[in-house]
Design a protein around this ligand. Structure first.
Ligand SMILES: C=C1C[C@]23C[C@@]1(O)CC[C@H]2[C@@]12CC[C@H](O)[C@@](C)(C(=O)O1)[C@H]2[C@@H]3C(=O)O
Ligand code: AKG
Ligand code: FE2
Length: 345
């Protein structure tokens, strides 16, 4: 259970002026993978990435039973006593890595949120991409949770590759695998995050209607695929700077354009700012797959998209290792891409 120390509530509670709930996002952009026309789906992906940088995926073939098992296993994991969660997850993470179980502290730069989470590195291994449990397992139940998450990663990865292929087609790239290649390489640097936002029963009594579960930010990677239970909380920032809440849909996935995809598309796609606000009396559980390129991969706007933009190259070349190191030195809400922009002519 997440418990706040004195003074911490003030840091993650919103000031009274912005306590008002964000209106629901009208017309959530949707891409139906089971629909008839591939060209229509490719166009829908591109339009959504150019618009909000965010869309919903329906008609996918990830089995609903698997989604239900992930949800139940996550709820069981977070219901364990805190020391067990820490020990179980520590056994799956190399010492000094950012991976493992965390509570309230997001990253290493002082960000706080009303959330507890499990963060795992994902390897390219086909059948078992998540780190194996140490032999002296302090919690056999964590072992079975990891097995279910492994199944989930394999299924979601396949669905995400399909989305990235549609994206390449919609953009008119000659190399249809240009984006999939980056996230399916054996050294691709991907991360799985399971977030649990417990309800806060005393919020109302204390005069705080909403807490920040996960502060506003963009995801640094190429693409993120999110699935949550039926509890609301996710909000995205619109072009005019206002916030809109995303109605939850446990049958579908939500996709965020990440910073690196904004760079690859020379700014044509936009990495979406988003956050999670906690106001529901029910817990929210979300699982997010962040797909990144290999650390040594050199990233720069794709030549075809630079040509389409009149030859203007909006970002300089960098490696993912370089970007990630820079991103992980920043606070959650900072603009990380501005350090890689080229000068306007
Ligand atoms: C404050 C931070 C947490 C974060 C690393 C960072 O320094 C800035 C980016 C954050 C973020 C957002 C998306 C993902 O949840 C995440 C795992 C990522 O890759 O970048 C987190 C990082 C984290 O929680 O360590
Ligand atoms: O938990 C969620 O629904 C979203 C969290 C998020 O944006 C993140 O972990 O990067
Ligand atoms: Fe995010």
């Amino acid at each position: 259970m997440v418990v706040l120390a004195k003074g911490e509530l003030e840091q993650i509670a919103l000031p009274a002026a912005v306590q008002k709930a964000a209106p629901p996002l009208a017309d959530v952009p949707e891409v139906d993978l089971g629909g008839a026309g591939r060209a229509d789906a490719a166009r829908a992906v591109v339009a959504a990435c150019e618009g909000h940088g965010f869309f919903k995926v329906t008609g996918h073939s990830v089995p609903p039973g698997l989604l239900a098992r992930v949800e139940a296993a996550a709820a069981a994991f977070f219901a364990m006593p805190q020391p067990e969660k820490e020990a179980a997850a520590a056994a799956a993470a190399a010492p000094g890595s950012p991976f493992g179980y965390g509570s309230k502290r997001i990253g290493c730069n002082g960000d706080l949120g009303w959330v507890e989470y499990l963060l795992l590195g994902v390897a390219a291994a086909a059948a078992a991409p998540l780190p194996a449990h140490g032999e002296a397992s302090p919690s056999p139940s964590y072992g079975s949770f990891r097995d279910i998450l492994n199944e989930y990663v394999v299924a979601v990865r396949a669905m995400m590759w399909e989305v990235l292929k549609l994206m390449a087609e919609g953009l008119g790239l000659k190399e249809k695998d240009a984006l999939v290649r980056l996230v399916s390489h054996e050294e691709s640097d991907s991360v799985l995050r399971v977030n649990h936002y417990p309800p806060h029963p005393e919020l109302k009594q204390q005069g705080h209607g909403r807490l920040t579960g996960f502060g506003e930010h963009t995801d640094p990677q190429i693409i993120s695929v999110l699935r949550s239970n039926d509890t609301s909380g996710l909000e995205i920032s619109l072009r005019d700077g206002s916030w809109a809440s995303v109605p939850p849909d446990r049958k579908s996935f939500f996709v965020n354009v990440g910073d690196v995809l904004q760079v690859l598309t020379n700014g044509r796609f936009r990495s979406v700012r988003h956050r999670v606000m906690v106001s529901s009396p029910r817990p929210r559980v979300s699982v997010i797959f962040f797909a990144g390129p290999p650390p040594r991969e050199r990233l720069a706007p794709l030549p075809w998209l630079v040509a389409e933009d009149g030859g203007r190259r909006r970002y300089r070349e960098f490696t993912w290792r370089e970007y990630k190191a820079s991103a992980y030195r920043t606070k959650l809400g900072e603009n990380r891409l501005c350090h890689f922009e080229t000068e306007a002519d």
